[in-house]
Design a protein. Structure first.
Lengths: 201, 135
């Protein structure tokens, strides 16, 4: 470990921050969910991109560097002094995948928000976390007016791996959001234990 | 814009711009064009926690205004890199470079987040679940 980080090896006293991602299609309620459970007003941080947009931005033959800013919303929940949970809403557009890579580094797990009226919007997120073995739960945001489906229906429609939890929720509601996070942390714990057992067995 | 100034009796820079003109300084200008943190070469995670060295002087003449803004933000309490970026209204990439400077000057300490292979033990996770229930 670098000497600069020697302070983190102190064990108990070092502050610990855990990261949870909130993913899903555009307009599915990611920021709403982050805001509902966060103790701080969701903050917005910007990442400057200079090259990533190049291949996909429709600049037809215009050979110049495209500079784009991508905003990420995040919130915080303090469990106790020295232990906090950070929630990051992932950028919706697929072309920011590389940012997902950074965000998911060391993440405890992810919440994939889904809207049953356009379930396909969350396919890329489900795919992404499955392939990287990042524990995730699917939280179906029950919009008023949308037909309600049962958990098994959603699970089947998304072709989820066995055991991936599906939770029905209301992203605006704090208690509902808390429940989603609890399910995720429980599941992440189980996955982690299973992996540890696998590695020794 | 340069044409407006040609032949103007006023010195360049005497014009006023309002907030809507957007930032007048390009983001990486405050880092002197550097886009990567200095020799320490650390890439700070968004949730890396930054604490101000208790011995850091309050009005540090060695620091520029943006460095100082970051140091001030950590003064009250430990801040994550993401919070610093939001608080200082600077892009994360710029904050990383400035933090690299502060780290080298010994003004701050930065904690490394838990690597994926060493996710927190069950005790911590149980604590998190209990904490969430109690919210």
């Amino acid at each position: 470990m670098d000497p600069e980080h020697a302070d983190t090896t102190g064990g108990e006293t070092a502050p610990l921050a855990l990261k949870i991602l909130v993913a899903g299609g555009f307009g599915v309620g990611k920021t709403t969910l982050v805001g509902a459970v966060s103790e701080i007003r969701p903050l917005r941080t910007e990442e400057l991109l200079s090259e990533a947009g190049q291949s996909v931005d429709d600049t037809d033959g215009v050979d110049h560097k495209v500079t784009t800013t991508v905003a990420m919303d995040f919130g915080r929940i303090t469990i106790r002094s020295g232990l906090s949970l950070y929630l990051f809403g992932t950028p919706g557009q697929d072309r920011f995948w590389f940012l997902w890579d950074e965000l998911s580094q060391g993440a405890l797990g992810a919440v994939v928000l889904a809207d049953t009226r356009r379930l396909e919007d969350c396919f890329p997120a489900v795919d992404y976390f499955e392939h990287r073995h990042i524990p995730f739960v699917v939280a179906v945001n029950c919009f008023t007016g949308a037909r309600t489906y049962g958990v098994p229906d959603v699970s089947r429609a998304l072709d989820l791996d066995n055991g991936t939890p599906v939770v029905l929720c209301d992203a605006r509601d704090r208690d509902s959001g808390k429940e989603v996070l609890i399910r995720l942390v429980e599941y992440a714990g189980r996955m982690h234990t299973a992996r540890l057992l696998d590695s020794v067995g | 814009m340069t044409e407006d100034l040609t032949g103007s009796p006023h010195a360049p820079g005497s014009q006023w711009y309002d907030h809507e003109a957007g930032p007048l300084v390009r983001p990486y200008a405050v880092t002197g064009g550097r886009t990567r943190p200095g020799p320490a070469g650390v890439r700070f995670d968004l949730i890396a926690l930054v604490s101000l060295d208790p011995a850091a002087p309050a009005d540090d003449p060695a620091l520029g205004p943006e460095h100082r803004a970051l140091a001030d933000l950590c003064r009250a309490e430990t801040q994550s890199v993401a919070e610093l970026a939001a608080g200082a209204d600077l892009p994360v990439g710029v904050v990383r470079v400035l933090l690299g400077d502060l780290l080298e000057l010994g003004r701050v300490t930065v904690s490394r987040p838990v690597p994926p292979a060493q996710l927190p033990d069950e005790r911590i996770l149980r604590e998190v679940i209990a904490g969430l229930r109690a919210l």
